[in-house]
Design a protein around this ligand. Structure first.
Ligand SMILES: [Zn+2]
Length: 339
């Protein structure tokens, strides 16, 4: 431990704050120095793409945007230009930038820094990590977007200090990142946490993955919007939630069905993983509406009763920026903690 501490002190990552006198030898209180390292995070899960620079405490110190594109070459050039702009602005010490984290909507091989497949970007086996590293001269780490969000919450947010937990993100699609034994759990092929394609309604609606009745076909915001349009209602989930609050039966039925589907999937996750905490990240405004309430009730009704404390289920609102902070956490986790 003291060897590790000495190394971190020498690198300026840890600072000695004060001497603490108690029983036994006096000890030194150590703290992570916020400005000792900076991490760049880029999210390809939003439009436009967002770049954020965070310090060691997860605080955002710089932000930039770039036009969305499916071309790896264009993305690499955009990221290199955005990094150059951030460095020129002088807000961060270039020498203290530890690396770039990239959050990709798709299946990634984190070790090889390759995107194996992304339906959204139309990619197959794209060595995007090496391309960005070459263009920027900075170590680049890639991660699936849901995993990046989970890592961000684990290092800096609501999953901090939790050994077993999950972050479920509900947007156009549904993602899930798992923390097991205090580390991100990617599975044997990087596909862990694909609850979006768990069958919730056998023989149900066709899913883009080729199966039927997946969670994604029932509970994603894209699916909710689809059902709303079919019923002649606005497809904006916040407007739909407001209609449900006013007693519109169709809006209530759509949100009830979606919330129940998500709750059922989460209850299965609770039974399998036995997590301390589950964080459901949804668009701001939906965190306490009908969708979230039904989701919570369904989890409570479908998790086996137990003497021990129940899983803590937290709902948080996320904006597009949260994904870029998650991406920066990937760089922080890999560069510092080998997560
Ligand atoms: Zn599916």
């Amino acid at each position: 431990m003291s060897v590790l501490t000495a190394d971190l002190l020498e690198r300026g990552i840890l600072t000695a704050e004060s001497r603490v006198h108690g029983t036994g030898r006096p000890s030194t209180r150590l703290a992570l120095s916020a400005s000792s390292a900076f991490f760049i995070g880029v999210s390809l899960a939003s439009d436009p793409y967002i770049l954020r620079v965070t310090d060691l405490h997860g605080e955002v110190v710089a932000t930039d945007h770039m036009a969305a594109s499916a071309s790896p070459e264009t993305i690499v050039a955009s990221i290199a230009a955005a990094v150059a702009r951030v460095l020129e602005s002088g807000t961060v010490d270039a020498g203290r930038i530890t690396g770039i984290g990239l959050a990709i909507p798709g299946l990634v091989d984190a070790t090889a820094s390759t995107c194996i497949r992304s339906t959204l970007l139309g990619w197959r086996d794209v060595a995007i990590g090496a391309m960005i590293a070459e263009a920027t001269g900075l170590p680049t780490f890639i991660e699936n977007d849901a995993n990046a969000l989970a890592l961000g919450e684990h290092l800096f947010g609501s999953l901090r200090g939790s050994d077993a937990g999950a972050v479920i993100s509900v947007g156009d699609g549904i993602g899930c990142g798992l923390i097991v034994n205090g580390e991100l759990h990617r599975g044997s092929r990087g596909g862990a946490g694909e609850i979006a394609h768990s069958t919730i309604e056998p023989g149900g609606l066709p899913c883009k993955c080729g199966k039927r009745g997946c969670l994604d076909t029932l509970a994603s915001l894209r699916s909710i919007g689809h059902f709303a349009r079919e019923a002649g209602l606005p497809d904006d989930p916040l407007a739909l939630d407001a209609l449900a609050s006013d007693g519109d039966n169709d809006a209530i039925a759509i949100l009830h069905r979606a919330g129940a589907a998500l709750g059922l999937a989460i209850s299965q996750l609770v039974q399998t993983l036995d997590p301390e905490r589950i964080v459901v990240a949804v668009t701001e405004g939906l965190t306490d509406g009908l969708y979230a309430r039904v989701m919570r009730q369904t989890v409570e009704a479908n998790v086996m009763p137990s003497e021990s404390p129940q899983v803590q289920l937290t709902t948080i609102g996320v904006d597009q920026q949260a994904w870029a902070i998650g991406a920066a956490s990937v760089a922080a986790g890999r560069a510092l903690f080998r997560l």
